[in-house]
Design a binder for this molecule. Structure first.
Ligand code: ZN
Length: 239
């Protein structure tokens, strides 16, 4: 039986939607014309809400191709064959896409093990990109890609929160190692954008840690991400 889909968490909607979602042109499907893995977050400084959908798409492609390069390198050095995630698909609104039989809800991003694809609500992701900054896209897709890697490794956890915090750690390892290997260059403010992004995706206060939808508090998620960012995969309990 395929594992359940993993949502990044819907609470970010509350954090970003106060800006209001304008009508956006159709974001292009990430495609094979992805930039080289050296693609870097392009904005610097404070996000000012004017970033374009083209900029978003470029960063989304860079984040996915960077993750693919990173994980194929990790697998190769362990002598294990790596299969990239099948597709990365933007969607719009509730239920336009399904994972298995489960409709994928609006304002979210997900790795779907049943179809081996990553999907994200395009309007929601672009709004978060504008509000938080381009580094958020690298975090978001790095996290979803980590779920795909967990699936490939057969990693399972009793509690969802452990699975989610491990994915945050793995996203951090991908980004930190890519920076250390000069495959990714951060602009001024990108580290702060990771922090703002994590601030926006923490569980609401009072949510029990063992709830199936729990991903971790802001402090837990920040700690998991930066542990991986600073110490690489050794910090992520993958063995
Ligand atoms: Zn997740």
């Amino acid at each position: 039986m395929p594992a359940r889909p993993r949502w990044i968490v819907a609470f970010i909607a509350a954090a970003v939607l106060t800006l209001g979602c304008g009508e956006l042109p159709d974001p292009a499907m990430p495609d094979d014309s992805a930039p080289p893995p050296s693609a870097a977050p392009t904005q610097s400084g404070e996000p000012d809400g004017t970033a374009t959908v083209e900029e978003f798409n470029r960063d989304a492609r860079g984040a996915v191709s960077g993750a693919e390069t990173y994980w194929s390198g990790v697998f190769k050095s362990s002598g294990v064959a790596f299969t990239p995630v099948r597709t990365v698909t933007p969607y719009r609104g509730d239920g336009e896409l399904s994972c298995g039989r489960e409709p994928i809800p609006a304002d979210n991003a997900v790795y779907c093990p049943a179809g081996d694809f990553i999907a994200y609500d395009a309007d929601w992701a672009v709004t978060a990109f504008r509000k938080i900054g381009d580094a958020f896209v690298y975090y978001l897709l790095g996290h979803e890609y980590a779920h795909a890697v967990q699936a490939r490794l057969g990693v399972e956890h009793r509690y969802a929160i452990d699975h989610e915090l491990q994915a945050d750690c793995m996203a951090g390892a991908y980004l930190g190692d890519s920076v250390r290997d000069d495959k990714l260059q951060l602009a001024d403010g990108d580290l702060e954008e990771f922090r703002s992004g994590l601030l926006a995706v923490g569980d609401p206060e009072g949510q029990p840690w063992f709830a199936p939808e729990s991903h971790g508090t802001v402090a837990q998620r920040t700690d998991a991400f930066f542990s991986g960012y600073e110490k690489s995969l050794d910090a992520c309990d993958l063995t």
